[in-house]
Design a protein around this ligand. Structure first.
Ligand SMILES: CC(C)(COP(=O)(O)OP(=O)(O)OC[C@H]1O[C@@H](n2cnc3c(N)ncnc32)[C@H](O)[C@@H]1OP(=O)(O)O)[C@@H](O)C(=O)NCCC(=O)NCCS
Length: 191
């Protein structure tokens, strides 16, 4: 029997999505999957997320949710790779899928949607830092055209041991083969 994958709508996030996004984030942070948040106790507040979303809109940075039957089952967003103006065409991203919906095809639609949105916004390179033990994320990124460009041994310490981080990257649109569009304003106060 052919089982059709459940339909997943990808759309820009709204402030109403903040609580479900926080619930997804807190669960994964406690498991320690995200290299950006070693030792984080999951105490990210709704206001932090609201401020981050506002900053992102200002810089045309995509902030997307995956929606199944009206419920938020994942989210993904990009932030500037670095604040210095020279790096304004390069972004880095995060992606989280609800723990009850893992490995059900959400990442495979959400990450390509984020890639397309970053390219449409004029960005040329997309970067992620992935815990070297995070096989699902490494596989998903590989499937979406990312390649490993760096390996950072023992840069993290969590749950009583040192952890490594894999840096992956993919180009967007014409990448580094053509000059960028001139419109992107230099970044200001991205967090
Ligand atoms: C990484 C993550 C976003 C993947 O999302 P997902 O919706 O579960 O992934 P999908 O179901 O779309 O699967 C996409 C591919 O990822 C890989 N993958 C997903 N789950 C996997 C698992 N448990 N084991 C091995 N590979 C897995 C597979 O290659 C899969 O493709 P396939 O089904 O054709 O084999 C999700 O596991 C997640 O949110 N993890 C916790 C947070 C996190 O680690 N975020 C990334 C930080 S860099």
């Amino acid at each position: 029997m052919n089982v059709m994958p459940e339909q997943t709508l990808i759309r820009p996030s709204t402030d109403a999505d903040i609580e479900p996004m926080l619930a997804i984030y807190r669960h994964h942070i406690r498991r320690g999957v995200d290299p950006s948040y070693f030792g984080d106790d999951g105490a990210l507040l709704p206001d932090d997320l609201k401020r981050r979303r506002r900053n992102m809109r200002k810089h045309r940075l995509p902030h997307l949710v995956a929606d199944r039957r009206g419920g938020v089952v994942g989210y993904a967003y990009a932030v500037l790779f670095r604040k210095r103006p020279a790096y304004r065409y390069t972004v880095k991203h995060s992606i989280y899928v609800h723990h009850d919906h893992l490995h059900s095809g959400i990442g495979k639609v959400l990450l390509p949607a984020l890639i397309d949105a970053c390219a449409a916004a004029g960005y040329r390179q997309l970067i992620a830092y992935i815990d070297a033990a995070n096989a699902p994320s490494l596989r998903l990124h590989e499937q979406c055209g990312f390649r490993q460009v760096g390996y950072l041994p023992s840069v993290g310490y969590k749950f009583g041991h040192w952890t490594d981080v894999v840096m992956v990257q993919r180009s967007l649109a014409s990448g580094g083969t053509a000059p960028p569009e001139a419109w992107l304003a230099p970044p200001a106060d991205e967090d």
